[in-house]
Design a protein around this ligand. Structure first.
Ligand SMILES: [Zn+2]
Length: 370
């Protein structure tokens, strides 16, 4: 009796062990096999096939769907090395999308830059692709950026050592082109504006003559527009209180006068040199009746250093700026002319003075309509 019971128990135990063993072998197959078949590809058949060929199907399919990646795969333009970039590039419905982003990636543009480029510079991508990489995101914060000038910005940037912000302003002024090579001519109506910018890129009409010229007290032949003449009188009187005395020697000049003057200088020094200190007819602020050259003594057409410093620190309070300051020749395109002051009205002259900019720069940054 006593030996029968353990024998049965042993047999039962063996049977249970065998069943367990069989279950262990079969169960995983029953559970996992159908599960694998349930996974649905997020990508089109063609894209999926390519991913499988590249052996990255599971990796990609487990991540969020990317239209960009799908299009690249379908276009046969997918490059594994750019995988992470692709995920961060937003798909845009443009011609040759996949080719374009590969070309930009080849040029070292990152995904953030590419999103910005495709959104904002779609028409200019071909231009960008001919140039070396630029920090294009910097354009985002540049208020005077003008898309029509993009290729000029990039060329000027590549040829010079300025930051993009300066490049935008300088190109807008026209500094990437030779003075007089391309200019805008104002209408007679526009020429009357007290704040008008006149330089080698902005010309006055040949027949423009202000209709409110008045004589200066100093000499009846010396004229300025009424508002400027009154301000100049005030400036002279205030200066006297500080023992600063100066005399006008060249105020309003007509187109014809400027023509004679410029040609005389040109004959004397040659065109290249003359252009550094004398404006060609139509391009002179003197034709506006808003500019006047002053001197400290009738023996010399200039201001003493002392008088110049006074002028620099005070003239704006009466509406005048030093138009061609020291160290700015590459912007104004004229040598330093301490003696040449330009009337803009007190408010604007104060702003220009406080900005520390030349009027050419100030005008582009704050006055140009965009
Ligand atoms: Zn002058």
């Amino acid at each position: 009796m006593s030996s029968k019971i353990p024998k049965i128990a042993l047999i039962i135990a063996i049977i249970i062990l065998i069943i367990c063993f069989i279950l262990l072998l079969v169960m995983p197959k029953m559970v996992s096999k159908p599960k694998e078949e349930e996974v649905v590809s997020k990508y089109s058949t063609k894209a999926t096939d390519t991913l499988k060929e590249l052996d990255i199907y599971t990796e990609i399919n487990n991540k969020d769907y990317s239209k960009t990646i799908e299009v690249l795969l379908e276009d046969n333009n997918f490059k594994t090395k750019y995988l992470n970039d692709y995920f961060n590039i937003d798909y845009q419905d443009i011609d040759n999308f996949s080719k374009t982003i590969n070309s930009l990636l080849d040029k070292d543009y990152n995904s953030q830059e590419i999103n910005y480029i495709i959104k904002n510079f779609q028409e200019q991508i071909d231009i960008l692709l001919t140039m070396k990489h630029i920090n294009i995101l910097e354009f985002k914060d540049i208020t005077n950026f003008n898309i029509d000038n993009l290729s000029r910005y990039i060329n000027y940037y590549n040829d010079n050592d300025y930051d993009l912000k300066s490049v935008v302003t300088y190109v807008n002024i026209g500094l990437d082109l030779d003075g007089y090579s391309k200019y805008e001519t104002y209408t007679l109506e526009e020429a009357k504006d007290i704040t008008i910018l006149v330089n080698k890129y902005h010309k006055l009409p040949d027949n423009y003559e202000p209709d409110d010229l008045v004589s200066l007290e100093y000499n009846a032949n010396y004229k300025l527009r009424k508002e400027a003449a009154e301000a100049f009188k005030e400036l002279t009187e205030v200066a006297k209180l500080d023992n600063v005395i100066f005399y006008p020697f060249s105020p309003y000049r007509s187109f014809a006068t400027q023509n004679v003057l410029y040609n005389r200088y040109k004959q004397m020094d040659g065109e290249k040199v003359a252009d550094t200190y004398s404006a060609r007819p139509g391009f002179s602020e003197h034709q506006l009746g808003l500019a006047v050259d002053v001197r400290s003594s009738t023996l010399n057409d200039n201001l003493t250093e002392e008088d110049y410093n006074w002028m620099l620190n005070n003239s704006y309070k009466y509406g005048f700026i030093i138009r061609y300051p020291k160290g700015k020749q590459f912007i104004t395109q004229y040598i330093e002319e301490p003696w040449h002051i330009r009337y803009l009205g007190v408010e604007l002259a104060t702003k220009v003075h406080d900005s520390g900019l030349t009027y050419d720069e100030y005008y582009d940054l704050y006055m140009e309509e965009r």
